[in-house]
Every structure is written in C-alpha cells, then in structure tokens.
Design a protein around this ligand. Structure first.
Ligand code: EPU
Length: 445
C-alpha cells in the first residue's frame, strides 16, 4: 500500500517558475467556475435540453459532469466549451464518492428537491479552508416544508409537502452563496411565493437567476439581498453563456502588477470587481478600464506600491477568493498591511509557504499582519487549496530564483491551463512531473 502511495505521489504535476519576468500582453479569462457549477445543476430542473456555453475546462466542471451523468442526465459537447445537457429522467441519489471529491456538488440538492421533490445527498464534510457547515441550506429547506432525515451520513429530503415561505438566510458570516443557489433552485418549482432575505448578491447568483428566468422561472429582486420567487409548474430548456471568471481576472491583474508588467485582461468586468479594483487603486497600482469587459494593469508605470488593509466580505465586499493572491502582493509591498478574513477566519494556509519564500507575515486571529519585504526568494512550496495555489504562483513569478509549486491539482480545480496563460504573457513557467524536481525537494513517504 505504502509503495503504491509513493508511486502515485511520484507522478504528480508540479509547476516550476523562474521568477523575474515582467508579464506583458493580453489574456482572456474563461467562464466562472463558481457560476458554472450551479448552472449545470440547474439543468436538472427541466426534462428539456439546455445548452451551456463558456464552460471552463476545469477538473471541477468534469466532476460536476460525472455527478449529472450519475443522476441520469445525458451530456454531450455542443462545440468548444459548450455542453448540451438533457435530464429527461433523473434519480435522486448522489453517491458519497462523487460528493467527497468536490464540496460544491451540494448544489445539486436544491435542483433535485425542485424537480423530483426528493433527494438523497451525503453531507459534504470539512474542508481545508475551514469549517463549511450547511446548516443554512437545511434551515431554508425546512422553512419550505421539506422533511429531512439524516441516515448514515446522508440527508434524505422529502419535499412532497413543500410550499413557498419566508426565509431569512443570513448566518454569522453573512449570506451563503451555495445556500442561496440551493434554496432558489428548490423554490422555483415549489407552489406559492418564496421570499429569501439576506440572499447572496454575488455575480454568480445573478447569473443563476438569469438562467432560471430564461427557463421560465419567476424571480424578482435579482442582484439584491431580497429575492422573491413565484413557483411555477414546470421549466423549459434554454441556452446560456457562463459569465467570465472574476476571480481568475483579479488573479491575472495581480500577476501583471506583482511582476511590474503590462497586462490587459479580457473578461475582467469592473461591475464584478468593484471592491478589488478599489484596493488596487489604494495600493497605487495603475489600472485602465477599457470598456465593459477589459481591464489593463500597468505595473510597469507604478512607483512603490502602498501597504493597505483588506477585510473580506460577501459581495459587493472584497472577495475571500482573492485574499490569498492579494496577500502575496502585499508581502512584497513595503510597509505594514493587514488582511482580515471575515468569511473563512482561518483561510491562511498560504502564509507558512509564503514565509518559506521570505515573507514576513504574522497571523493574529482572523488577520494576517504583513510586513512587506523588498523581495522574495524562490523555494519549493506546497499548495493547500485552490486560491492558496494561485498565491504561490504569484509569489513565484516575482521571486528571485526558482519556485516549485507542488500539489497543483488544487490549482487545476479553478484555473484553466494557468501556466499556458502565463507563459503567453512571458512568464518562465512550466508544468513538470514531481520526478523532475531536485530530489531534496520531493515529498517523502
Ligand atoms: N456558512 C454557514 N452555514 C451555511 C453555509 C455557509 O455558516 O449553511 C458560512 C461558511 O462557513 C462561510 C460563509 O458562511 O463562513 C460563506 O459561505 P458560503 O456558503 O457563501 O460559501 P460556499 O457557497 O460554500 C462559495 C464559493 C467559494 C467562496 C465562497 C464565499 C462555490 C462553489 N464556492 O462557497 O469558492 O469562497 O462562496 O464567497 O461557489 C473558491 O472558489 O476557491 C471557493 C472556495
């Protein structure tokens, strides 16, 4: 067993980055992972075919495809980055092996409840970025009149008596993104009027509402914290294009800034990135907004970046999914910056790895106190989750010498061929096998 485990580790992909190149050029972001997953789940709400365009080629999209297939949907390609999903007949049981691979698979729960009036789904369990309870999802379903039993680690949901209801969905960390998607999808086919207060306002929720409306759902208040849903009897198929990934866009803008480059990011929508762009301005990073769909960062024109304070919050606040990446930039910004996590108070797994590269960061409760240093130095580092991996790539791009980022399967969950994007912009980055690493850097048994 140990021998196999060792063998498996030997063939993991790693990124080798030789830092110091200023990135230059134009790059386009893909469809948003966090929009695409609930949109795929929404196709289960109708027996008619739906065509989703701009689906990102990510391991998370592939996991979702597996889950939909398991539930009975037929998925075929409808052209580049386009999927045609037909869920003519589906069944309610989602297996643990699939849910375990991807926490976000919980977003099929609302769609199954809406369409079949029953669902059987395993509780998703913990996650490296902190506790990720689903109590608010359950509260919302119970308010709708669902009966829920927990048997052998799975929730058995009976929605046969569900009716529209008033649901306050806020929790101690504010609104819940996937919880809002689930309750939305459960209520669009539930008789009566449902009102969700303290609903998440993220662009990904707006995208889901827009698709549901195309399918015949009746939703008002889209984009606000109060959503009103008038249940309808059935929904029909539609064609929909996933919004561009604002987190990928923000990450690429930070790559341009940290390398003192000049990068235009197509698909970067300022309406989705308000709080992030505000912090870029405060940090004295020059930006040009080129129309509705493109932002250019001019790291080459910047003087010294300024230290800043960031507090993550639900949208329209600063997104937690850009916290780690901005922390990497602030680690190289002279002066003291403070980054506080209000969504996942322990989401600082990237910090010990940045420290290995010479960053001076202290964690105090939910805050990282960053004393910016003049330069970082390349090192072998370990990715622990998706956004932490992106932060390590950013640091590697700007560091002196060679950085090896290991366990990049985390990165592949949310960034489509990230190293290819960065190479085209002039980065010295390549994907290798961990057997290519200097032997002293390899993970040992
Ligand atoms: N929360 C509860 N109870 C619940 C649900 C959430 O207390 O029932 C808490 C969470 O523990 C957290 C906060 O509320 O403190 C927000 O959680 P939320 O439910 O909004 O997160 P999520 O829907 O599970 C999505 C994204 C995350 C992103 C968060 C916050 C997807 C698939 N995932 O997660 O994305 O960080 O919203 O914006 O949409 C990522 O892409 O790297 C990622 C982790």
């Amino acid at each position: 067993m140990r021998a196999y485990a060792k063998l498996a580790r030997r063939f993991m992909d790693v990124l080798r980055i030789r830092g110091g190149n200023a990135l230059r050029g134009e790059v386009a972001v893909g469809g948003a992972k966090n929009a695409c997953l609930p949109l795929l789940a929404a196709t289960l709400l109708t027996d008619e075919p739906c065509v989703l365009r701009n689906v990102p080629e990510l391991s998370d999209s592939r996991f979702m495809r597996e889950i939909l297939s398991h539930l009975g949907a037929e998925i075929v390609s409808a052209g580049k980055n386009s999927w045609r999903v037909e869920a003519r007949e589906i069944q309610p049981k989602t297996p643990y092996e699939l849910v375990r691979k991807m926490r976000a698979s919980i977003c099929v729960m609302g769609a199954l409840v809406g369409r079949l009036k029953r669902a059987e789904i395993p509780l998703p369990g913990g996650c490296v970025i902190g506790p990720r309870p689903i109590d608010l999802h359950i509260k919302g379903l119970k308010k709708l009149g669902c009966e829920i039993e927990n048997l052998e680690g799975s929730m058995h949901i009976d929605a046969s008596k569900a009716r529209g209801a008033y649901i306050f969905l806020g929790g101690r960390y504010g609104s819940t993104v996937t919880g809002t998607s689930n309750i939305l999808m459960a209520s669009v086919l539930t008789p009566g009027t449902t009102q969700i207060d303290s609903a998440a306002c993220e662009p990904e929720i707006v995208d889901l509402c827009n698709m549901l409306v195309k399918m015949g759902a009746r939703i008002s208040g889209i984009g606000s914290p109060t959503l009103k849903i008038q249940g309808v009897e059935r929904l029909h198929g539609c064609e929909h294009s996933v919004i561009p990934d604002r987190i990928e866009a923000g990450t690429l803008l930070l790559c341009g800034a940290i390398t003192r480059g000049d990068v235009a990011v197509r698909g970067a929508r300022s309406e989705h990135l308000g709080a992030f762009l505000d912090k870029m301005h405060e940090a004295a990073i020059p930006l040009e907004v080129l129309g509705d769909d493109c932002i250019r960062v001019r790291g080459d024109l910047a003087g010294a970046f300024k230290p800043i304070d960031i507090v993550t919050m639900p949208h329209p606040g600063f997104p937690t999914d850009l916290q780690a990446q901005f922390t990497a930039l602030l680690a190289m910004t002279q002066g003291i910056s403070i980054v506080t996590e209000r969504i996942y108070p322990s989401r600082f797994m990237h910090v010990p790895e940045l420290q290995r590269m010479g960053a001076e960061i202290a964690i105090e409760g939910p805050s990282a106190i960053i004393k910016g240093v003049a330069s970082l130095s390349g090192a072998p580092v370990m990715a622990s989750d998706l956004r932490a991996s992106a932060a390590l790539v950013l640091a590697g791009l700007a560091a002196r010498g060679e950085t090896w980022v290991q366990r990049i399967y985390h990165l592949d969950r949310g960034y489509e061929k990230f190293e290819v994007q960065l190479s085209k912009l002039g980065a010295d980055i390549c994907r290798l096998k961990d057997t290519d690493m200097p032997s002293e850097f390899m993970e040992n048994g």
